[in-house]
Ligand binder design. Structure first.
Ligand SMILES: [Zn+2]
Length: 66
């Protein structure tokens, strides 16, 4: 049977249809990969460091509370 390295842990991993989690060795590694992907999606557009260095917080207006 063909074997490929798991995309997460490099363990020898069966391919589909034998392994429903391919290209991962298990559901656990598939979840890890999904977590990485989502983490990247949510982090990239935020760029909080750039906002802080700009000296302005667009969503905070002290006038609102006075
Ligand atoms: Zn794995």
């Amino acid at each position: 049977m063909p074997r490929v390295p798991c995309a997460i842990c490099n363990a020898p991993t069966a391919t589909r249809p034998e392994n429903p989690f391919a290209p991962f060795c298990s559901a656990r590694c598939k979840t890890v990969d999904l977590g990485k992907w989502l983490d990247g999606v949510y982090r990239v557009p935020v760029a909080t460091d750039d906002i802080a260095e700009g000296g302005e917080t667009p969503f905070f207006d002290p006038e609102v509370h006075s």
